[in-house]
Write a protein that binds this ligand. Structure first.
Ligand SMILES: Nc1ncnc2c1ncn2[C@@H]1O[C@H](COP(=O)(O)OP(=O)(O)OP(=O)(O)O)[C@@H](O)[C@H]1O
Length: 288
């Protein structure tokens, strides 16, 4: 018997365009369950996962991360309909175009992928794409609060420029698999996948199934130098900058002074100190 398909739709994703796109597919896939706010996709996915089968996350990275958290520990397989704004996790998987994503769901070919488990303060959770702390967390907060009327990449550039005006690098202690690094920091990305922010390849060498996290540390640099080097992130070429370090590990702990805001799949979740670890082969996802 074919395994059931349920669709979890965030109607607000993609600046409200997701609902229209996905409703046109009703009947083709399976029942559509709509979220009504943050946390809803995880709850709906957990319930849908009881039937095993395929649980489709129709939305952007936030929705994909919540659905992944909901089905983690079950027999269900994740699939993605990329109707969000940035769709970065879908880009890494190669399902960023709707026709390719739909064909992949028809084929039902799946592979195991890793997740990130994070903890900061009393909070804890899972991320599927990129977690981390620092400048990029403030940029994400600014976008979530006010820059959504702009299109993907322009929203990020506008938010980067505004955030940079008041940002000061912090003193950083990071421990990767027991090895301590001390430096100053603009941002630390803890990556399972390669990009965030609609195509910024912050961790171009990350692989979602290698059992490791890619830590990319942009050390403290002047604002002019930061802006000069910034465009190289769209090609992943920033890794050759002398103030950018890239390290792989399974467990990463970060302390910063002053404390830095912590990001998980595009959402602010707390402040440092924070800990991140990889969960290898955490769930299966449909791929082309
Ligand atoms: N019905 C809803 N109304 C408003 N917000 C919602 C609703 N359902 C879920 N959300 C929240 O919308 C936020 C953004 O969703 P999501 O990340 O999927 O889309 P996006 O921001 O357009 O895409 P991307 O993250 O790929 O740029 C998430 O934090 C989610 O919790």
């Amino acid at each position: 018997m074919t395994r059931p398909i349920s669709v979890i739709l965030n109607p607000a994703a993609g600046r409200g365009q997701a609902a229209k796109l996905v409703r046109e597919l009703v009947g083709r896939l399976g029942p559509i369950l709509e979220t009504s706010g943050p946390g809803d996709a995880e709850r709906l996915a957990r319930r849908a996962a009881d039937d095993g089968g395929i649980v489709v996350a129709a939305g952007g990275d936030g929705t994909v991360g919540e659905v992944a958290a909901g089905i983690y520990g079950s027999d269900a397989t994740l699939a993605i309909l990329p109707v969000g704004t940035g769709n970065d996790f879908a880009r890494t998987l190669g399902v960023a175009s709707l026709p390719v994503a739909l064909a992949a769901i028809d084929q039902r070919t799946a592979k195991p992928i890793d997740l990130i488990r994070w903890r900061c303060g009393d909070a804890g959770g899972l991320a599927i794409n990129i977690a981390g702390c620092g400048f990029d967390a403030l940029v994400a907060e600014r976008i979530n609060k006010g820059f959504r009327y702009l299109r993907g990449t322009s929203a990020y550039i506008a938010a980067v420029l505004t955030t940079l005006r008041s940002y000061r690098p912090a003193a950083l202690t990071v421990i990767v698999d027991g090895e301590t690094i001390e430096t100053t920091v603009m941002l630390c990305a803890v990556a399972n996948a390669k990009s965030y922010g609609g195509g910024m390849l912050v961790a171009p060498n990350a692989e979602v199934d290698d059992g490791e996290l890619d830590l990319v540390v942009v050390e403290g640099i002047g604002k002019v130098e930061f802006l000069r080097a910034f465009p190289s992130v769209f090609k992943g070429a920033h890794l050759t900058h002398p103030r950018v370090r890239s390290i792989r590990g399974r467990s990463i702990s970060i302390h910063a002074e002053p404390p830095l805001p912590v990001l998980s799949d595009g959402e602010l979740v707390g402040v440092t100190p924070a800990e991140f670890e990889v969960i290898h082969n955490a769930l299966k996802v449909v791929v082309p």
